[in-house]
Every structure is written in C-alpha cells, then in structure tokens.
Design a protein around this ligand. Structure first.
Ligand SMILES: CCC(=O)Oc1c(C)cccc1C(=O)O
Ligand SMILES: [Ca+2]
Ligand SMILES: [Zn+2]
Length: 303
C-alpha cells in the first residue's frame, strides 16, 4: 500500500533530529525505506515478543517519545545497508537485496538485541544496564553483521566459531562506527559515563581475555554463553585491533570482509580465522599486509 517514497524527520533516542527515508501510505506515512533494493522496514512490538506492526505517523514527523527507538533503528539500518553496499558491494545482508526488518520495544525491560534469523530485535533495556538498544550505530552494525555472517560463513554460535561470529560483528561494528574502540558505549549504563559493553583495544577492561592463555573453557549452554562466545571474542577482537593499528581501516575492512564471506565456514576455529585473514591479505594486497595479520594473531597467542 505504498503510494510513494518520502523524506521524514525523526527524533532519536538521544533527543536528536534525524532525516529518515519513509513511504507515503493512505492516511499518512510509514517507516518503510524504499531507497534500496531491499526495503528497510521498522516495526513496534509494543513490549510483546512478536514483530508487531510497521511504525506509522499521520505526518512526515516521527517525533513522539514511543517512536524514538524506531527512528534510530530505522536510520542506523540505512547507514549499515549503505556501508555494506558502498564499501563491499554487498546488496543487503544476504547480497541479494533482502528486506531489512527491525523490531523495537521488543519485550519488557529487555536488556538484549539480536538477529532472530528473520529480523533484528531491540529491547528497551531496564534503564540501568541499558537504555533503548537501537540507540547505538555500532549495535545495529553488530546485529546486521550477524545476518551477513549467517548468509555467508554461517559460523556456528558456540565455542571458537561462535566467538568468531561475535568478534566479526564487533569488528564490523567498529568499521561502521570507528570513532572509538568501544562497543555499545551509547546505550550501556545510561547513568554511568565513559563505560561500554566491550573494548576492542583493551578487552580485559570489560573482563574479556585478550590472549589465548586466558581463553575461558565454558560449557556450551545458555548459562555458559554457549562456550563463552561474548567472552572469548576478546581474543579475535584484540587481533583485529592489532591488525587495524598496523595496516589501517581501509585495507583491514576489505581483508575482514573477504575472509568472512569467502574463506570462513561454519566450524572455523581461531587458527582458521588467522589463516583466512592472512590469505585474504595476500589476495588483496601482499606480503607486508599478510605479515601484519600474522603478527597480530601471534600477539594474542594464536600461533
Ligand atoms: C553490541 C551488541 C550486542 O552485543 O548485543 C547483544 C546484547 C546487548 C545482549 C546479548 C547479545 C547481544 C548480541 O547481539 O550478541
Ligand atoms: Ca563504538
Ligand atoms: Zn552478537
């Protein structure tokens, strides 16, 4: 029931004004961005655990308090879509123009964000651990990269492959939002300034290992974070930091994209990621860049 493309004005979770791509429908406008092959559509679950309904407005203004989380999810999804298209020539998360759907106000006081396999979901947080989780560019990039991973290497979400799955989402979170080496700083502990969910430059700051000597062998259960996928990701995250410091973001992101989509497979271990990244560096650049990747991983104990 889309009549035509339109430009809207939204207020985000930080009270900031953002220009958004919307659609005119009968009776008003919806958060449906038709500027790409894949539509970007944003829904409101209204604290249920369903996809809910597309967010609409009677005007081109999306400025109510309840619409703020949707405005950010919608805007940042467009930023990440553009990143993969313009930097890596990947059209949507699957490379085939799939629609990108986000759901905000998912569940009650939900301190989580995720890629469900069909769409992204964002909780509102409890106001202590998290504020509304769509309020951070690096978080949306992290979640949509889970979809990129699932439609390419499909790294299984457990143990070392799972920690790689997590790390690639953090690393592309950095590539999309390179202002800092932190993950989730804009939505983590709203009452405390300067902290974050994770740090790529200093994983230990948030209790992650930064070296194989401190790899945590946790049970492959929900309580064990599926073998510590959000914990042991500190090791490949630190290797990525080392790599970017040596060869720079422009080359590193091409190497990381090639490894993720051309070489890694469901059960790749840390050593396989090192090999895939070294091979990608050789394919794209040469011995200097390949050596830098080798050193970056040797330094975290993946030899
Ligand atoms: C940086 C985004 C992130 O880590 O989101 C999650 C949160 C906040 C809780 C549980 C899982 C995830 C995830 O996407 O892995
Ligand atoms: Ca960040
Ligand atoms: Zn994740």
């Amino acid at each position: 029931n889309i009549l035509h493309e339109a430009t809207g004005t939204g207020i985000g979770t930080k009270g900031d004004t953002k220009t958004i791509n919307i659609s005119a429908i009968s009776g008003g406008y919806s958060l449906t961005d038709t500027t790409h092959t894949g539509k970007i559509i944003t829904y409101d679950a209204k604290t249920t655990q369903t996809r809910g309904n597309v967010v609409t407005s009677t005007s081109t203004l999306f400025n109510t308090t309840t619409q703020r989380a949707a405005v950010d999810a919608h805007y940042y999804a467009d930023v990440v879509y553009d990143y993969y298209l313009n930097t890596h020539n990947r059209d949507s998360y699957n490379g085939k123009g799939a629609a990108v759907e986000s759901v905000v106000h998912f569940d009650k006081n939900y301190n989580n964000a995720a890629w469900t396999g069909q769409y992204m979901i964002y909780g509102d947080g409890d106001g202590v651990t998290f504020s509304e989780l769509s309020g951070a560019k690096d978080v949306i990039a992290h979640e949509l990269t889970h979809a990129v991973t699932e439609t390419s290497s499909n790294l299984v979400y457990e143990n070392q492959p799972g920690a790689l799955n997590e790390s690639f989402s953090d690393v592309f979170g950095y590539f999309v939002d390179p202002d800092d080496w932190l993950m989730g700083e804009d939505i983590y502990t709203p009452k405390i300034a300067g902290d974050a969910l994770r740090s790529l430059s200093d994983p230990a700051k948030y209790d992650q290992p930064a070296h194989m000597n401190n790899y945590q062998n946790l049970p492959n259960t929900k309580a064990g974070d599926w073998g510590g996928v959000h914990i042991n990701s500190g090791i490949p995250n630190k290797a990525a930091y080392n790599t970017i410091q040596k060869i720079g973001k422009v080359k590193a992101e091409k190497i990381y994209y090639r490894a993720l989509t051309q070489y890694l497979t469901t059960n790749s271990q840390f050593v396989d990621a090192k090999k895939a990244l070294v091979q990608s560096a050789t394919d794209l650049y040469g011995a200097t860049e390949a050596a830098a990747v080798t050193e970056a991983w040797n330094a975290v104990g993946v030899t």
